[in-house]
Write a protein that binds this ligand. Structure first.
Ligand SMILES: [Ca+2]
Length: 530
């Protein structure tokens, strides 16, 4: 049933005007008549939603209690969720467009992230951790299923017009954990289908508070003002508010996350906290406005850091810290065309929307006091597809019957070395653009995007235009000595190139590859409503 009488078709009445694999990079010009129709449709949506919404409950008292440091009270050990034998709680914090260089422990300057640096100091910090797809929806599908998103037919960034989503036949992390007795909650951005059939509560989550897709898919988009309808905020399967201002979003997410932990403290829980920030448009509450030297982006990062601190403080207050695994990472690299409103890569090449290191390499921290040794730095390659099977193994859950692609990397999380395995980077529908194997990476010819030389980057939330270029020849990089991918070494290491080519062929024979026009028998279908 549509939420609170709102037709699901309102969000999917129009076809997208640009390929879903790319987020918008140029203004969308509609013919006058079509523009009028779109504006009228958006007005209808807004009117309908305004009739139906109820105000978000703003738990001021809870926030006040947090700010006053009420977590000084004694830990309340709960017998059934803190003991050695109980299953660990899982808190998975997923950032949006946060770059490799955006945390203090990864070299950030211009803002401070003391809580995240402490998290890294308390656990294991990965220096070569990847997403398989440098864009929102695909990256989230991979994280939540342990499977390459191209295998699941999830590409790019779904918008309000999408009629498809993650196939309910796939097993999400929430479904796997729910089957093992966990309570499951998502706070934040979903982005795996906003049609009622695909919302989180149909994919294994008991509760949901957040956005169904990106926070820039709204009428205030700097380049596409007349394209997007009003931005709905969901609770459960209902739209509860239209967002016209996002300055409280990180605060609300934090309050909801802390509240979820509080309410579920007596049983194993899985909290998926998927922040909408620091994806543009950037917003920050008054608490952090002007706090960083850098400006808006730094302020947003400092508020995220505060949020992580609040979550940890709640776990500590409840005596759950030593029975909770916290995972912190990001869905892709920085959206560089937004200049001062984008993150940083610590010198890696390019950013979001590319399979170069700046697009796919992200910070990753795993912390579990008492279980994971403190202060480890893991330099071996791993990927978000490994999170699902690692958690499954940790809690003794079977893997899904449908094939997944990740592997259990628990030894690496404990700081040990494992045998290398290939990781694949797909983008722009089903293009196998790069293969990583240990310190080696091959990038195949494909079309990609860069910021044109001499561009005057802005600092006001408006992007510059990308330039689309051909990556003309196959290049091999030694990431250990050249993480910035400056020097092609395939002439020096032809045997390495041959080995990576053979690994690429294994993937092509399974999942296909548009670049080589390979067909893949291992591909599955997304879910679709018509
Ligand atoms: Ca993203």
């Amino acid at each position: 049933m549509p939420p609170q009488g709102i037709s699901p078709n309102f969000f999917s009445a129009r076809k997208p005007y640009f390929p879903l694999a790319f987020e918008s990079s140029s203004p969308i010009c509609l013919p006058a008549k079509q523009k009028q129709e779109v504006l009228e449709k958006n007005r209808q949506i807004e009117a309908l939603l305004n009739q139906k919404i109820r105000q978000v409950k703003k738990p001021h008292l809870l926030l006040l209690a947090i700010l006053l440091g009420s977590f000084a009270c004694q830990p309340k050990a709960t017998e059934d969720n803190t003991s050695e034998n109980s299953k660990p709680n899982i808190v998975l914090i997923f950032m949006d467009d946060m770059g490799y260089g955006d945390l203090g422990s990864y070299g950030a300057t211009g803002w401070q992230t003391p809580n995240l640096d402490q998290l890294a100091a308390d656990g294991t910090r990965f220096t070569q951790f990847y997403v398989p797809h440098a864009v929102c929806s695909a990256s989230r599908a991979a994280l939540l299923t342990g499977t390459y998103a191209n295998r699941l037919e999830i590409f790019g960034a779904l918008d309000h017009s999408a009629k498809h989503g993650l196939n309910p036949e796939e097993t999400t992390l929430a479904e796997m954990l729910k089957a093992q007795g966990y309570s499951t909650g998502i706070v934040g951005k979903w982005h795996l289908g906003h049609q009622p059939e695909f919302l989180p509560i149909k994919q294994g989550f008991d509760s949901y508070f957040g956005l169904a897709y990106s926070n820039d898919m709204w009428p205030h988009h700097p380049e596409t003002k007349d394209y997007y309808p009003p931005l709905p905020l969901y609770e459960g399967d209902s739209v509860i508010q239209i967002l016209d201002d996002q300055s409280q979003l990180t605060t609300w997410y934090t309050e909801k996350a802390v509240d979820f932990i509080d309410k579920n403290q007596k049983q194993p829980f899985f909290l998926y906290l998927a922040h909408s920030m620091p994806h543009v448009p950037l917003f920050v509450s008054d608490k952090f406005k002007g706090k960083s030297e850098q400006g808006m982006y730094g302020d947003v990062m400092m508020e995220i850091d505060w949020s992580v601190g609040q979550v940890r403080a709640k776990l500590k207050e409840l005596g759950l810290e030593e029975n909770t695994l916290i995972i912190f990472t990001s869905d892709n690299g920085p959206w560089l065309s937004y200049g001062g409103h984008a993150g940083t890569t610590s010198g890696l090449r390019a950013g979001k929307g590319t399979s170069l290191e700046g697009g796919i390499r992200v910070p990753a921290i795993f912390a579990w006091p008492g279980k994971i040794p403190a202060g480890k730095v893991q330099n071996q390659a791993a990927m978000t597809i490994d999170v699902f099977p690692t958690i499954a193994q940790l809690i003794g859950s079977p893997l899904p019957s449908l094939k997944i692609d990740g592997r259990d990397i628990w030894p690496m999380i404990e700081g040990e070395k494992m045998e290398d395995r290939p990781y694949y980077a797909y983008y722009n529908q089903n293009e196998l653009q790069a293969v990583i194997y240990g310190k080696w990476k091959v990038v195949y010819p494909h079309r990609y995007r860069i910021i044109p030389e001499g561009s005057e980057l802005r600092n006001d939330g408006f992007p510059v235009k990308y330039e689309y270029l051909d990556f003309e020849k196959t290049e091999l990089y030694d990431l250990e000595n050249d993480p910035a991918e400056t020097t092609d070494v395939k002439e020096r290491f032809p045997e390495v190139l041959a080995q990576l080519d053979s690994l690429a062929n294994i993937a092509r024979a399974d999942m296909g590859d548009k670049l080589t026009e390979s067909e893949g028998p291992g591909l599955r279908k997304h879910g679709r409503v018509d």
